[in-house]
Design a protein around this ligand. Structure first.
Ligand code: NAD
Length: 472
């Protein structure tokens, strides 16, 4: 078996990784990379999201040796289910919605991943998100594989009752595909704890017994873990707080801009503000606001809660009296001259089209896939440090794991216990990624993939590979 650069490589001196050995690994893996290209498509054509996601894998493969079996398996989602969900609307009409659930890989444990409600949801998008979950769970050393789900819908157009019927209909359609030992759901864009509660309830109705562990991110009264609601942002905050001191970047001297003001974005903005960072711009789907002296995030959150968009804050109500600010577009927010840029909305926000205009020094990807692979190249050439989604936003799935453990044990931990576990796991893996990146002189994204790939390869190899059958 071609056992990779041994894990020890990253704990031993960098001198062990000579240029020559890297070259050998590169050549060894080149033909494997070629194979991956067969699914990633022609570079000249616009890549599908999954193809773009696979480019990251390609880069990491140049630095690890991995069994051929593992490569073959990671090229394809293990199982994809697309369903039609009939929903009786409030006016009596029937509408059919398209839903998907994808289990990308479950070598390290049951699939784990959120469910997204958005008009742009497609099978390609769900497969890419499931791919990222596979690497994220491995990176955080969680005993899960990667999965994801979604429904193509604009949830804002549905009444609450319609949304409930849609959510329950989705579970009816995918019930045989999920389960606490098979594939576990969670919230994602435009889904929340209320929707997770309906989903867990519907699954329990189908099974005729309570099944708390099939969904995480549930309501308080249905077995959610303490700290789940803020876990993604809290995890991201630990990554930022671990990384920035390495560059001698102090909170009070650091400006930041956050794109997306939902579960993850609003919370990370508030955590940064509380810790003394100057958050000078935030935005949501309708636009953003900017103030050089810094925004008061709790007031904006309160305002948004009551008025639904950030743009409405401009020169109205209490926020205006706290601090003066300008209206900016989402495009302007991304190109602001800040130290830290945090995309926390959707994928493909920084692309080859706008990457050259980015002025931030550090990008922390709280959203999944906000930077495309072609943008990565441009940002790298500008020496902009990008900290990847599979590390930065992994706090959510980490506390989901803790919730799943608590649901199965029936014993619940205090908020402090959960916070401590989250902090320790996030800091440990961030330090490991930093070590790999600096020792192997690769981007933080590639380092994160190397780290995850190593764990995935170990798990796949433990189950037996073709090398077992090679002649001695
Ligand atoms: P959310 O639905 O709560 O919030 C999304 C926010 O993005 C909203 O404020 C929305 O108005 C804004 N938005 C949408 N389109 C935008 C655009 N074009 N420009 C600017 N803002 C826009 O979703 P969330 O749970 O906060 O998730 C945000 C991102 O974080 C997603 O990529 C999601 O996959 C990722 N993520 C979330 C979690 C979690 O636990 N919530 C965990 C891991 C990753």
């Amino acid at each position: 078996m071609k056992k990779a650069i041994d894990k020890n490589v990253y704990t031993q001196s960098q001198t062990n990784v000579t240029i020559l050995s890297r070259l050998i690994l590169y050549v060894n893996n080149k033909w494997l990379n070629k194979k991956i290209k067969t699914i990633t498509g022609d570079d000249c054509m616009e890549k599908s999201l999954l193809a773009d996601a696979s480019v990251r894998l390609e880069k990491a493969l140049q630095y690890v040796s991995i069994s051929e079996d593992a490569i073959e398996r990671l090229k394809y989602p293990k199982a994809s289910l697309s369903v039609a969900i009939p929903v009786r609307m409030d006016d009596g009409s029937l509408r059919i919605f398209q839903g998907h659930r994808v289990r990308y890989d479950d070598t390290r444990g049951p699939g784990k991943g959120g469910v997204r409600y958005h008009p742009s949801v497609s099978l390609d998008e769900v497969q890419s998100l499931a791919f990222w979950m596979t690497f994220k769970c491995a990176l955080l050393n969680l005993p899960f594989g990667g999965a994801k789900g979604g429904i193509t819908v604009n949830p804002k157009e549905l009444s609450k009752a319609e949304l409930e019927r849609l959510s329950r209909g989705y579970i009816e359609a995918i019930a045989d595909f999920i389960g606490p030992d098979v594939d576990i759901l969670a919230p994602d864009v435009y889904t929340n704890e209320m929707i997770m509660g309906w989903m867990m309830d519907q699954y329990s109705i189908i099974l005729r017994h309570i099944s708390l562990g099939v969904v995480t991110g549930k309501p308080v009264t249905m077995g959610v873990s303490q700290g789940r609601g803020t876990a993604t942002a809290t995890g991201a905050f630990h990554v930022i707080n671990t990384i920035l001191p390495k560059y001698n970047q102090k909170p009070e001297e650091t400006t930041s801009a956050v794109q997306g003001f939902g579960n993850a974005g609003a919370e990370i903005a508030e955590l940064l503000g509380n810790a003394g960072y100057r958050v000078i711009a935030v935005s949501d789907s309708r636009g953003g606001i900017y103030s050089e002296q810094g925004l008061d995030i709790p007031s904006i959150r309160e305002y948004k809660q009551n008025n639904l968009s950030i743009k409405g804050v401009y020169c109205q109500d209490s926020v205006c009296s706290i601090v003066e600010h300008d209206i900016i577009t989402n495009e302007q927010l991304l190109t602001l001259d800040v130290d830290v840029l945090i995309p926390a909305a959707l994928e493909k926000q920084i692309t080859a089209d706008n990457a050259s205009q980015i002025k931030a020094k550090y990008i922390f990807e709280v959203a999944n896939g906000p930077v495309t692979s072609s943008a990565d190249t441009i940002l790298e050439s500008k020496d902009i440090k990008v900290f990847p989604d599979i590390l930065v936003n992994a706090g959510g799935v980490t506390v989901s794991y803790l919730e799943w453990v608590q649901n199965r044990n029936g014993l619940y931990w205090s908020l402090n216990e959960v916070k401590e576990q989250l902090k320790s796991r996030m800091i440990t893996e961030t330090q490991e990624v930093w070590k790999i990146a600096t020792k192997s002189d690769v981007s933080f994204r590639t380092a994160a993939y190397i780290h995850a790939l190593d764990r995935l390869n170990d798990a796949m190899s433990a189950k037996g590979t073709r090398d077992y059958y090679s002649p001695c």
